[in-house]
Design a protein around this ligand. Structure first.
Ligand code: NAD
Length: 493
């Protein structure tokens, strides 16, 4: 049974300092920051921020691990064993992790128990299996100056990977970055979100317990413009894997480009959920509501543009309104709660500003629109109907529980509306027509399209987008290959 007091004790007792070269730093920090509970608005703990010296030491220890140490000499099978051991420790501590994540992020206690933690564990196990399976090819050539050659490719670790994570699902998204990079043999330096760094500190504890050599994984808590910037600008970092907003992603991409360092950028979305007239409307309404209200709408793939066939529009809007009314915002540790709080007052103000814009630009508010009468950074589940795709609430990512409903007349218009976006991360189609499902899945521009359900989270399925949603893919084979360098070797025989 999840308990707030147990999670609060855990938060208070965590070592809240950078984890570098296999141990938590001691001694006074030059800077620190408070971690605030979004539900009670109270300080949970104060964390020492990694400054320039700490970032230097973390990068140096990562290079020592790779270039001189045990980590760089370890073969794939041994790395796989370590990752399996780590996954087992994570499984053993899953409830602690889940409750700490609920406390830190403000999401209902059930969500990390059934989504984030099982996904993170599965991701570590998935990549434990890949660690000894990265192979190259033997490639026939025309030879060299009349002599035969043997040419082949090998995949080698790309080098030191900086992993920067957002606050909405730090454990799961952290696992998407850490597991494939470690499996590929790269040392990882994780910069967790300043708003929710606690589970990442717990991950550092587990890395030490699992027996990862010093420098294989470092965790540097800190704010974005300080620790984050120092890390992505560090010349000793070989690759940056970033998940966050497009605005920050842009700064990260520029900093990395200065050293021609590759990036994987997982940015935001304005994902369409398209409900066709032939859909099973009851199932579609449940799925669409989940797609916009899960995790308080603080989900990169949130289905925030709800496109509905005019023939079923009124009925569908009614169904969604009823589902929004059934959502229970509240303390994540109350079993009745189905929606938690937004992460911080800035995010609350941002979401309320979009709600005002929805009103001002002429959309019809059919659910929510305000704050529940209680402390904490809560906002009601909100729906705007009769919106146009040109409105700000249809174009910009709100990152809160605000759905924008737009009617369409036929399939052509549905595709045009779906693709008329600066983002291209995910899309959901609701239809019982198999041909339409395949045709639309091909035509809608998105990194992931799901039909009659939300995109299942599974470490085997590649994840990522294009346009403002970023570039590169995490998870699956693509996710580990993104942490490797393809080397060509030719031997003149
Ligand atoms: P954010 O961009 O504010 O912060 C993300 C991370 O970047 C944090 O750890 C932050 O400290 C760090 N950061 C900030 N400035 C930095 C800088 N100059 N240099 C280096 N690092 C810096 O994003 P957020 O508010 O934490 O998360 C919300 C955003 O993340 C949304 O736009 C959401 O859609 C996106 N997101 C995307 C995915 C995905 O898979 N595509 C998943 C989750 C969240």
């Amino acid at each position: 049974m999840p308990q707030r007091s147990v999670a609060e004790d855990l938060a208070r007792d965590l070592p809240a300092t950078p984890f570098v070269a296999g141990r938590f730093e001691s001694g006074p920090a030059s800077q620190s920051f408070d971690v605030v509970d979004p539900v009670t608005e109270k300080v949970l703990t104060t964390v020492a921020e990694a400054d320039g010296d700490t970032v230097d030491r973390a990068v140096a220890s990562a290079h020592r691990a790779l270039d001189e140490g045990e980590w760089g000499r370890m073969d794939g099978a041994a790395r796989g064993e370590l990752l399996h051991a780590f996954a087992q420790l994570l499984q053993d501590r899953a409830e602690s992790f889940a409750d700490l994540e609920s406390l830190d992020v403000g999401k209902p206690a059930i969500e990390p128990r059934v989504i984030d933690l099982p996904q993170a564990i599965a991701t570590f196990r998935h990549y434990a299996g890949w660690a000894d399976k990265l192979t190259g090819h033997s490639i026939p050539t025309s030879g060299y100056q009349g002599r035969a050659t043997l040419s082949y490719t090998v995949r080698q670790p790309i080098g030191v990977v900086a992993a920067i994570t957002p606050w909405n699902s730090p454990t799961m998204i952290g696992s998407w970055k850490i597991a494939p990079a470690l499996a590929a043999g790269c040392p990882v330096i994780l910069k967790p979100p300043e708003d929710a760094p606690l589970t990442s500190l717990l991950l550092a504890q587990l890395a030490a317990q699992a027996g990862f050599p010093a420098g294989a994984l470092s965790v540097l808590p800190g704010r974005g413009p300080t620790t984050g910037r120092l890390l992505v600008e560090h010349p000793g970092v070989d690759k940056v894997s970033f998940t966050g907003s497009p605005q920050t992603g842009y700064q990260v991409a520029i900093a990395a480009a200065k050293g021609f360092r590759p990036t994987t950028l997982e940015l935001g979305g304005k994902s369409p959920q398209i409900v066709f007239a032939d859909a099973d409307l009851a199932a579609a309404a449940q799925g669409v509501a989940l797609g916009i209200f899960a995790n308080q709408g603080e989900v990169c793939a949130a289905g925030s543009r709800i496109l509905v066939a005019r023939a079923v529009y009124d009925e569908f809007v009614d169904r969604l309104v009823q589902l929004a009314a059934a959502v229970v915002p509240g303390d994540p540790f109350d079993p009745e709660t189905t929606m938690g709080a937004l992460i911080n007052p800035r995010q609350l103000e941002r979401v309320l500003r979009y709600i005002r814009l929805g009103h001002d630009e002429g959309a019809r508010l059919v659910a929510g629109g305000g704050r529940p009468d209680r402390p904490g950074y809560f906002v009601q589940p909100t729906l705007f109907a009769d919106a146009a795709n040109s409105m700000t609430i249809a174009r910009e990512e709100v990152f809160g529980p605000v759905g924008t409903i737009i009617a369409f007349d036929d399939d052509e218009q549905a595709v045009t509306l779906a693709n008329d976006s600066d983002y291209a991360l995910a899309a959901t189609l609701w239809t019982t027509d198999l041909s339409r499902a395949h045709a639309m899945a091909r035509r809608v521009r998105a990194g992931a399209v799901a039909v009659n359900g939300w995109s299942p989270l599974d470490p085997r399925l590649p994840w990522g987008g294009s346009k403002l949603s970023g570039h590169g893919r995490e998870l699956g084979l693509a996710g580990i290959e993104a942490n490797t360098e393809l080397k060509t070797v030719t031997i003149v025989l």
